[in-house]
Design a protein around this ligand. Structure first.
Ligand SMILES: [Zn+2]
Length: 249
């Protein structure tokens, strides 16, 4: 068996793609998945923003019946993690954690964020994946947010007659040029995160309410990055499916 290893050129984002919006469900999703790439893109001088649909109030079972007190803590941790990664802005939409659905309302809210921030690239999850391997059922919030995010990118953000109320807010249509889908099965590009893996670990450790002392963070993230990279002949990588919606950048 060859193990399916095919050496690949790591993905290098085109110079002209300057603004990147990362849309995810929970405050720490980016730090578990795409943060090595994010830190790399920020170091390359690109403007990166996070849009977090919930504030993660269901991130513990210790507080009952309401976890509202956890939301501000998680927002603060997210801002700290974003700062470590070189991300200037974290936008919270305030949806209830654990029960997100891909509604028209969510699509409108994400379209609003896209038309405001006007990204060249949107990074989101894969709404089609129900499970990974044999031990993780993909969280329904992840699927719902990814589904609404892709629908917001196309056709909603770029089409004038969809959500006319956004025009009334002064938000003109915007065409996203590229979409990178994290957690896609199978991926088709790999980002070399060898230089930024330590920053990714530091950012995840900022989520103290979730990872505690976090002594396991380095080992776990390094293991994932090595496993992902092995499929492309890169030491440490994060992988995506790349959709090019507008060529020539
Ligand atoms: Zn999550």
């Amino acid at each position: 068996m060859s193990g399916g290893k095919t050496p690949r050129e790591p993905y290098a984002m085109a110079e002209g793609l300057r603004r990147i919006l990362c849309i995810s469900a929970h405050p720490d999703d980016n730090e578990f998945t795409i943060a090595g790439s994010v830190a790399r893109w920020a170091r390359e001088g690109r403007e990166v923003a996070f849009c977090l649909v919930t504030s993660g109030a269901a991130g513990t079972n210790e507080h009952t019946p309401s976890n509202d007190g956890l939301a501000p803590i998680r927002e603060r941790e997210s801002r700290e993690a974003a700062g470590i990664l070189g991300v200037r802005e974290a936008i919270f939409l305030g949806y209830q954690d654990g029960v997100v659905e891909p509604t028209l309302g969510l699509r409108r809210d994400l379209t609003r964020v896209i038309r405001r921030f006007r990204p060249d690239v949107v990074v989101s999850g894969d709404p089609t994946v129900r499970w990974y391997g044999n031990e993780y059922l993909n969280h329904p919030d992840h699927r719902a947010v990814a589904s609404a995010a892709l629908d917001a990118v196309f056709p909603s953000a770029e089409t004038r007659v969809i959500f006319p109320e956004l025009l009334a807010e002064g938000l003109e249509p915007h065409k996203v040029k590229e979409v990178l889908i994290s957690g896609a099965v199978p991926p088709d590009i790999w980002v070399d995160i060898g230089d930024t893996l330590p920053v990714k670990c530091a950012a995840l450790r900022a989520h103290v309410s979730q990872v505690g002392p976090g002594e396991w963070v380095e080992g776990m993230l390094q293991g994932w990055a090595a496993e992902t990279g092995a499929r492309a002949g890169i030491k440490f990588a994060e992988a995506y499916r790349r959709m090019v919606l507008q060529r020539g950048t």
